[in-house]
Design a protein around this ligand. Structure first.
Ligand SMILES: Nc1ncnc2c1ncn2[C@@H]1O[C@H](COP(=O)(O)OP(=O)(O)OP(=O)(O)O)[C@@H](O)[C@H]1O
Length: 247
């Protein structure tokens, strides 16, 4: 049986002035996979993800997210879609004046009518899912390490039970051991929650150990496949790219 496509990008082109960022790109993301968006600096990874989550305008071509054409949505479609995905913009930005459990509860308070004791329960469950002890619950962001901040941000996104999670550089700024823990967490989330995760990353460890499949952008899509296929590619640029820390 063919996998369900959660995202379909068809013949997308993006040009800013003289700068051709995407040149007729097409790809799809299957349900349940961890999918990577790779490419050098300025190759249009962030713009692409922002176009998928409706934050940037689609200039040419179209994108389907969860069966809806996001270049042609009304307010109700946007509201429906927004309930089904989370986009961690600047992964790890927390409200400094709220403690951990309040940060995790923010979206639930804003977007649901759940009673506050249930919201607190859900928040504590998500704290546990991302591997943080209960003793963190009342700490403020300034009292947390970089890796802990990222976990709390992830817990906040998971609280809304998204079908699709978009992460922009989830391990940036972390030391190797915290990076490894976030990578393990992503694999754990995939197996436990069966969500589809789209990750922008430069991290070679993440690329090698976490991603099921990825694309490499360089105006066009110069690669679409898995790590084994990429390392066996005849294209020297692709092999170099992967041995040069994804830059
Ligand atoms: N609104 C805009 N107007 C003009 N140019 C833009 C706009 N948004 C993005 N760009 C340009 O598009 C290109 C792609 O930007 P984008 O942020 O997607 O790159 P990226 O692949 O995410 O890079 P990095 O890895 O450095 O974050 C860049 O050259 C950027 O300057």
């Amino acid at each position: 049986m063919e996998a369900v496509k959660i995202i379909k990008v068809n013949n997308l082109s993006t040009i800013f002035g003289e700068n051709i960022v995407h040149k007729d790109i097409s790809f799809s993301v299957n349900e349940g996979e961890i999918f990577g968006v790779l490419g050098g600096s300025g190759s249009g990874k962030s713009v692409l993800v922002k176009q998928i989550v409706m934050l940037d305008k689609i200039q040419k071509g179209n994108i389907e997210l969860l069966g809806k054409d996001v270049s042609n949505v009304n307010l109700k479609d946007i509201q429906d879609l927004k309930q089904q995905f989370s986009y961690l913009f600047q992964f790890g930005a927390l409200y400094s004046f709220l403690n951990v459990i309040e940060n995790i509860s923010v979206m639930l308070k804003e977007y649901t009518d759940l009673p506050s004791d249930l919201i607190e329960k859900i928040a504590y469950t998500n704290l546990e899912i991302v591997g943080l002890p209960k003793s963190c619950a009342l700490l403020y962001p300034s009292q947390l390490s970089g890796g802990m901040v990222k976990r709390v941000a992830l817990a906040r996104s998971l609280a809304m039970q998204p079908k699709v999670l978009f992460l922009d550089e989830p391990t940036s700024g972390l030391d190797p051991s915290s990076t490894q823990k976030i990578n393990e967490l992503l694999l754990y989330l995939k197996s436990m929650l069966n969500i589809t995760i789209i990750v922008i990353t430069h991290d070679l460890e993440t690329i090698k150990t976490v991603l099921d499949r990825f694309i490499i952008l360089k105006q066009k899509i110069i690669f679409d496949g898995n790590i084994t296929e990429a390392l066996n590619s005849n294209d020297e640029f692709i092999r170099d790219f992967l041995t040069n820390k994804g830059k």
